[in-house]
Ligand binder design. Structure first.
Ligand code: FUB
Ligand code: ZN
Length: 618
């Protein structure tokens, strides 16, 4: 199987624009704010191994939270070592502490060493290998950024122990981790060090899952919980805890790439279709239930109780970019775009300080926290209505930190015989085939420009977004018709060129397959890649009283008032207040109104508000 590589973020400089602003916000606000909250909540203390002195008890996956934050710092250090000095000092301090605390046999885990040593490698849901995986990823990033190999050496010593306990002796009380992550980390370590043993270890953990008698299920009430229902060679659908699943699928994609295993790729294609055709929200979010944070059955996509964890957005980006490495199909870039503009962006407040764990598609404030006639634990848990700076389970904020720190990784693919533009993000990209400057006004005006300089190949390709119904291309100012093939456009170019793209963006109503019960009789507004929503702060409470006709688009007005994007205002009607529970439909009285729709990612930034993506269709 031919694999290709994205041009790595180290060769990409984001330039002014929508995504540079978001990435700067991550660097200048989110990263420091997460650091403050992690300091307060004892996460860094966990890895200072000072529980005995401070009494601050580490949680079983504090190590992973810190590791993701270090990984983010390392990525940012590559571009701005001076700006990261203070954060680097903290990383060095933590590496000192880990080096001192590591057991002579290589074991390293703050909770198990300080709180529950009797439980070491005894229970697969205690996240030891998950934490190890994140620490490995951080150590690789740190080694690349600094050239210093102390952290990497710590993790290699730990890997020696893991190899001995799991592969050689089989002395652990489980065979594969309850939470996947180490698999993809080990393949990264193999690629970084070129040591075959790490590939062998990754392969072991991947192939043993669902394929051994030793592993106990993680969730009694969800047989798919930890993807043990089937082994990777018989995988056909996406199941269980979503983050775990997507990390597993990413690891399998890496294994397929390294071992040229087409069957694994074919299985992942089935999984990809299962997710994108049946189990994904319009925002690119996944996870239909907070119970075990899982996928459920096809088309079960409730809006109000959507789980859609922010980590899932990160994990979807990981999975879909790996699939793109294995096969040039536009659907992977389409998915990445959907996630980026919606599920990913909604995770973070516009001021960069707070985060959602779950990203619902409907908020009805009156229903939050109200008394119910069933015991509380039977009542579906509702997501929170405002982003917060830190949660007790704070896996998402540092995941978002590390994601935005290497956003440049997702823009441009080196196909060998030419470059391919996957995402329209303003950037200067240095490639082995010359330099490319991308400038976009993509989500606002549907336009982008690609300028090549010193280009050494004959063709360049670019992804045509799935929402594009009309494409205009100018090559050096002259209108041209590119060759279109399976979602990509191909152009012959010379050494220096300028391509202007207009994808002709306009608002569109989208409807869902009627199998999605929650969306029957409803439409969602999209404008190019951006999903829109309505909020009570603009449109009054009880948003389900509002109905729109799809003809309303003819009378839409747009205003450039929403964080560099347009809000869209449309005629609609509102059902007049009627106290009756049931009433004659022909007598339902409506009043005309105009509704203001804003980009979904910006919801809950103006205080608590009702919010709705899927609006009743008139
Ligand atoms: O279990 C560790 C992390 O906590 C998972 O990745 C998230 O889904 C949350 O459950
Ligand atoms: Zn998370």
């Amino acid at each position: 199987m031919k694999t290709v590589d994205f041009i790595p973020f180290q060769s990409v400089t984001l330039t002014d624009g929508f995504w540079k602003d978001r990435s700067d916000l991550n660097k200048n606000v989110s990263l420091s704010n997460v650091r403050l909250r992690f300091e307060e909540s004892g996460r860094f203390d966990a890895l200072r191994f000072n529980y005995a002195e401070t009494g601050k008890k580490p949680h079983i996956f504090f190590d992973s939270d810190v590791a993701k934050w270090i990984e983010a710092v390392a990525y940012l250090m590559e571009k701005d070592p001076i700006g990261m000095r203070e954060h680097e000092a903290l990383c060095e301090e933590l590496i000192d502490c880990m080096e001192r605390a590591q057991r002579p046999d290589g074991y390293l885990n703050s909770e198990h060493q300080q709180v529950s040593p009797h439980l070491i490698f005894s229970n697969r849901d205690r996240h030891e290998l998950y934490c190890a995986g994140h620490l490995i990823e951080a150590a690789i990033a740190y080694h690349k950024a600094t050239g210093r190999d102390r952290f990497l050496a710590i993790m290699e010593r730990y890997c020696d122990l893991i190899e001995r306990v799991f592969l050689l002796e089989g002395s652990a009380q489980f065979m594969t981790p309850g939470h996947e992550e180490i698999e993809l980390a080990l393949i990264k370590l193999y690629r970084h060090t070129k040591k075959e043993k790490y590939l062998k270890m990754a392969r072991f953990f991947l192939e043993m899952r669902g394929n051994n008698e030793k592993d106990k299920p993680i969730y009694e009430d969800n047989r798919f919980g930890s993807q043990d229902d089937v082994d990777i060679r018989h995988l056909e659908s996406a199941n269980g805890h979503c983050v775990r699943a997507l990390y597993l699928y990413s690891g399998i994609a890496d294994l397929a790439a390294e071992t040229d295993d087409f069957l694994l790729f074919e299985n992942l294609e089935k999984v990809f279709s299962d997710i994108t055709n049946q189990k994904m929200y319009i925002t690119g979010g996944i996870g239909s239930t907070p119970t075990t944070e899982s996928f459920t059955v096809p088309y079960d996509l409730p809006n109000r109780t959507a789980y859609t964890e922010s980590c899932c957005a990160v994990a979807m980006m990981m999975f879909t970019s790996r699939m793109r490495r294995l096969s040039k199909q536009a659907k992977y870039g389409h998915l990445a775009e959907r996630v980026l503009y919606n599920a990913m962006l909604s995770s973070t407040s516009l001021d960069g300080k707070s985060f959602f764990y779950e990203n619902p598609l409907e908020i009805a404030l009156e229903e939050y926290g109200r008394e119910v006639a069933v015991p509380r634990r039977q009542h579906a848990r509702l997501p929170i209505t405002q982003r917060v700076e830190v949660f007790s389970c704070s896996c998402c904020p540092p995941n978002i930190n590390r994601f935005f720190a290497h956003l440049g990784d997702y823009i441009c693919v080196d196909e060998g015989d030419g470059l391919c533009i996957e995402q329209y993000i303003s950037a200067k990209v240095n490639t082995p085939h010359g330099s490319i400057t991308l400038t976009e006004d993509y989500a606002r005006e549907g336009k982008a420009r690609i300028v090549g300089s010193g280009y050494t190949k004959d063709t360049i390709s670019f992804r045509v977004p799935e929402w594009c119904k009309e494409l205009t291309v100018l090559l050096d100012g002259k209108s041209v018709n590119p060759t279109l093939c399976e979602g990509y456009a191909y152009l012959s170019v010379g050494e220096h060129f300028c391509i202007d793209l207009d994808f002709h963006i306009f608002p569109t109503f989208i409807c869902a397959n009627p199998m999605v019960r929650d969306n029957v009789g409803r439409v969602a507004l999209m404008r190019g890649p951006v999903v829109y929503c309505i909020e009570s702060v603009d449109n009054g409470a009880r948003l389900n009283r509002i109905a729109v006709s799809t003809n309303a688009l003819a009378e839409a007005t747009e205003e450039l008032d929403f964080h560099s994007l347009y809000s869209v205002t449309l005629p609609a009607t509102r059902l007049k207040n009627n106290p009756s529970l049931y009433f004659d439909a022909s007598k339902s009285a409506c009043e005309p109104m105009r509704i203001k729709c804003i980009p979904y990612f910006a919801f809950a930034n103006r205080g608590e508000s009702d919010m709705l993506v899927w609006i009743r269709r008139k």
